[in-house]
Design a protein. Structure first.
Length: 729
């Protein structure tokens, strides 16, 4: 019996057609020979080279590529290319958001082509829809969204890998052993991407900074900041520069300003505030009008253009408010001292001064640099005590910073009159179509070690709204003053576009599950029904969910030189003028206002538009960091409550599980569909529910359920629950 010859194992290159086309399309202005393509594929054997040569000639015959000179091939481009921004899912696939399409373009994981979350990419779309969606392929990365990632390093003898914290970073990062920056195995590090060779599965990087051990408090807080590219300390040269600034109040400078030191002036801020960048002054004039001054720290007096201090403030663009700390835009010598309108101190200020009648109508206005003296500092709670006392029963003293403070009758009367006027202004604003977002804020009681020992909710009362209305008035009137001038002058506006119709429809779909109806017939009915919705949910189990979804249905406010008004506030003109200690756009607004008050010509619009875009981008990153710090602290809080059962409301439903928000503390976690053992559950998109295949049991958005902590992951900022059951009626 003859023995069969053993067949040689095939070294066939998989998916060779698509791979060659992808290489040629990516560098479509360049031609390649078979050796160059083999090098890109990382192959060098005769069999692979022959496969490449045969495939090149086959694709040429099919007119998918062309031989531009002997042995040199290029892609034949018949495709239209587009650009957009990639939004990745944790599963590895994603969507490109592009101005060229009304809907997002789906990108399968095998067509991502090394693009990462947030990257600006070039792509083309397939001629036919797949799975009912526009689908495409990314051809190249135009611009990386970020080059630095936070993760945990695994150190081996000759190399290391960093496993990124972000579930949207789908590749570990290879780090040569000489670029680990002395990081030890298991450290949390900040790593930068340096290269991603064609034949490498993972990008190459180097460790920039060792952040500490995972799970430790400071490590995780610094990791949140580092992940968004936000600094947590000032460069030494910037601190040194700020410390040398002359912060004395001089007669020469006072002479250049409107002196308002003899006018009753006070601040109202959160009780734990460390910087006071706004104050109110009040007096009754002989003509019966009320002179009300909104006095803002004159940051631009100290932070001069062209200095390293200004460069640093611009790069930061905003202060970042994490749960246990503030990362300021300006060094402490300015933010907490020279620019802080502390009681019983003279300060340089930039002011908007209005003459207002009993109907809260502005009859006269003045803008300019001033010098002021704050007579008192109130917390919101202390001002609220005066407001609630009413004018017939003004308290003789309130608690200021833990000390009894004799209330001057004129200060109490000023607070009461300002509250009265603020209520008129707010009522008028709501009547004109403003939307009332009074979302509950989650706050933590922390011990000396920054451990969360309690959760409380911050709500907005009359004292908060008093300050809000007068800050809105200043911001609005400054923007009007510049915006209505002719010829047009470049200025920094805070704009808010009308909401997207599809997002409003999605909101209606969700809130209808709770029995609410919205009317989107026109702007008036839209804002009225949104306000009614926000009012109706107050105190209900679904309040936080509905508040959050309503805010998400709105467009995002941003900074720009192109004024389109502010939809949410119902203002035709709006800017940010009142917080220059913590927002760089306010510094720009101060500079531009003074420039135009001095008779200056309009400044370069493109330059300021770029600055506005940068400020919007940094604000967005700061918001994400703040949100992550709250999530982190919620998980730390829940670590100490693993044995307790909690009542929660289903806040989200997906095919992989349900999200539950605990009513008592607003902590949100996930119940995996795999952990609901009594049936096989299927996601019903129409009903926003998981439905049992056999029992028909339903877990629906808005249902109240009882949960218990299953797992807390401080590194991934993820909270897992076990489902105990549905709340009994």
């Amino acid at each position: 019996m003859t023995r069969k010859k053993k067949r040689k194992s095939s070294n066939k290159i998989s998916n060779l057609t698509n791979t060659i086309l992808s290489i040629l399309k990516k560098d479509r202005n360049q031609s390649f020979n078979y050796k160059q393509i083999a090098a890109k594929l990382g192959v060098n054997d005769a069999s692979s080279r022959n496969q490449i040569i045969k495939k090149l000639h086959a694709l040429t015959a099919q007119k998918e590529i062309e031989e531009v000179e002997r042995g040199k091939f290029k892609a034949i481009i018949t495709t239209e290319y587009h650009s957009g921004v990639l939004d990745l899912s944790a599963k590895g696939s994603g969507y490109v958001i592009s101005d060229d399409f009304d809907e997002d373009v789906f990108i399968a994981s095998n067509n991502i082509n090394r693009a990462l979350e947030g990257d600006e990419v070039e792509f083309y779309v397939y001629k036919r829809r797949k799975r009912g969606k526009i689908e495409g392929e990314i051809t190249q990365v135009i611009k990386r969204a970020k080059n630095e990632y936070v993760g945990v390093i695994q150190v081996h003898s000759n190399y290391a890998f960093v496993i990124p914290d972000s579930n949207k970073m789908y590749k570990d990062i290879f780090v040569p052993i000489n670029k680990t920056n002395k990081a030890e195995d298991g450290d949390k590090v900040l790593v930068s991407l340096e290269d991603w060779p064609e034949n490498a599965d993972s990008p190459y990087g180097k460790v920039l900074k060792v952040l500490g051990k995972p799970g430790e408090h400071n490590t995780e807080i610094h990791a949140i900041l580092a992940d968004y590219g936000l600094p947590y300390e000032f460069p030494q040269e910037v601190e040194a520069f700020a410390n040398k600034i002359d912060t004395t109040i001089t007669k020469e400078e006072i002479a250049k300003r409107r002196d308002m030191r003899d006018v009753l002036t006070f601040t109202i801020d959160p009780k734990d505030a460390k910087d006071f960048d706004d104050a109110l002054s009040f007096r009754t004039l002989d003509n019966g009008l009320f002179e009300i001054g909104i006095h803002i720290a004159d940051v631009s007096h100290y932070v001069q253009e062209g200095t390293i201090l200004d460069d640093e403030a611009y790069e930061r663009a905003t202060s970042v408010y994490l749960v246990d700390r503030v990362v300021p835009m300006l060094p402490e010598v300015l933010s907490n001292n020279a620019c802080s309108l502390r009681p019983n101190e003279e300060k340089y200020t930039f002011s908007a001064v209005f003459q207002i009648n009993d109907k809260a109508e502005v009859k006269n206005q003045w803008f300019g640099r001033t010098v002021t003296y704050s007579d008192a500092r109130f917390s919101y709670e202390e001002a609220q005590a005066i407001i609630e006392s009413n004018s017939n029963n003004i308290p003789k003293e309130v608690s200021l910073s833990g000390k009894a403070y004799q209330t001057k009758p004129e200060i109490a009367q000023a607070v009461l009159k300002l509250d009265e006027l603020a209520k008129i202004m707010r009522k008028k604003r709501m009547r004109e179509g403003a939307i009332s977002f009074d979302k509950v804020e989650v706050k933590f009681d922390l011990d000396d070690q920054a451990n969360p020992i309690g959760v409380f909710f911050k709500t907005s009362k009359e004292a908060n709204k008093l300050i809000e209305e007068f800050m809105l008035l200043a911001n609005k009137k400054v923007a009007e003053f510049i915006g209505k001038q002719s010829p047009k002058k470049t200025f920094v506006y805070r704009v808010h576009d009308e909401p997207d119709v599809s997002k409003l429809a999605a909101l209606q779909s969700v809130v209808s599950k709770f029995g609410y109806k919205l009317n989107f017939k026109d702007r008036k009915s839209t804002t009225a029904s949104l306000n009614n919705l926000l009012q109706d949910v107050v105190g209900k189990k679904e309040q936080n969910l509905v508040d959050t979804l309503t805010i998400r249905s709105m467009s995002k406010a941003e900074y720009t030189t192109h004024n389109i008004g502010h939809y949410g506030l119902a203002f035709d003109y709006y800017s940010h003028f009142t917080s220059p200690i913590r927002r760089y756009p306010d510094v720009m607004a101060h500079r531009l206002l003074q420039h135009y008050l001095d008779g200056g010509k309009s400044v370069n619009e493109d330059l300021y538009e770029d600055k506005c875009q940068h400020s919007s981008d940094m604000e967005n990153l700061a918001t994400k960091a703040e949100r992550d710090s709250i999530k982190y602290m919620q998980i730390r809080f829940m670590e100490d409550h693993k044995d307790e059962e909690f009542l929660g409301v289903i806040s989200g439903v997906t095919d992989w599980g349900i999200y539950v928000e605990i009513i008592a503390n607003k902590c949100e976690g996930m119940v995996s569909v795999r952990d609901i053992k009594d049936d096989h559950y299927i996601f019903d998109e129409v009903q926003y529910a998981l439905v049992g295949k056999n029992t028909k049991n339903m877990y629906q958005l808005g249902d109240e359920v009882i949960v218990k902590v299953k797992n807390t992951d401080l590194v991934k900022k993820h909270l897992d629950f076990n489902l105990i059951g549905i709340k009994e009626e």
